[in-house]
Write a protein that binds this ligand. Sequence first.
Ligand code: NAI
Length: 335
Amino acid sequence: MSQTITVIRGDGIGPEIMDATLHVLDAMDLGLSYEDADAGLAALEKHGELLPAATLDSIRRNKVALKSPLTTPVGEGFSSINVALRRHFDLYANVRPARSYPNTLARFPGDVDVITVRENTEGAYIGEGQAITEDGETATLVQKVTRRGSDRIVRYAFELARSTGRKKVTVVHKANILKTTSGLFLKVAREVAAQYPDIECNEMIVDNCCMQLVMRPEQFDIIVTTNLFGDIISDLCAGLIGGLGLIPGANIGHEVAIFEAVHGTAPDIAGQGKANPGALLLGAAQMLDHIGKPDQAERLRKAIVATLEAKDSLTPDLGGSGSTMDYTRAIASRL
Ligand code: NAI
């Protein structure tokens, strides 16, 4: 049966990397069909709003979306369209795999294969209680962590470990200082971990975790953590493996899932045909896993790795001089 995917082409380099990604998916002949929906600046120009109701309807109907990066205009009174989408569909798990690939500009020769599972709806990103005193001297912000939110994200990480044959989950926190929020997260994580005796679990304070990731990344398998820490740690992992063009992100809820690249709209290179489509392609591979096509997901990942190994038409961020479409065709030829 044909599966329909909501496709959001996005802003900046978004349309270029989406064209590339759909080119490769079409070459795989998976029987997917696409429904275009607008969000971000493109939607503002066309429909006068950043996140039209028709886009939300399309995602709700199809339950799966592939999304390019979006620009959130500054000063529009809209904090972030991405945060809005995550909260609207309660996409509580943000899954960001980082692994070493051959022939990247990574500073460290690689032994990295770590998945960050980041809580996506709570913590410091709830947008509540943001206030600055009239004299501009004091700023405050409310963080919120719930038992329910902690339980479901930690459980997601352990279930992911089981379903992917991974062996270890590291719970990252700052419970020594943030005694209420991080403290509750850690307490719940310990309770959940006890229900998964087959998976090794350890705990690490976030600052130590950052150092350990740089010194000995091979000790990590799956990291589960709260929203802000997960955002930072996953970018650290991106840096370890050679940049943002190599990390996808899945935003998973009970009903809906949205797959994307972790990077932004890259306005500095937009329209120049040199963006690396790799992160969105890897997001498409996560999507194929999610819709029950793991063999096809692996086929796509292997084609990307083989293209990197052959150094065929790599884009400039990877040290090559290929265009987005040269690199895309090189990947498609190795499927
Ligand atoms: P960015 O990720 O767009 O760019 C950072 C640097 O990485 C730039 O030098 C860019 O050229 C490079 N880069 C990013 N993706 C690349 C790719 N695929 N190939 C080659 N080089 C790449 O981050 P920045 O500049 O902070 O944000 C730009 C815009 O993107 C902002 O409007 C921001 O709000 C938006 N953004 C959207 C996200 C999303 O929709 N998921 C996530 C992050 C930022």
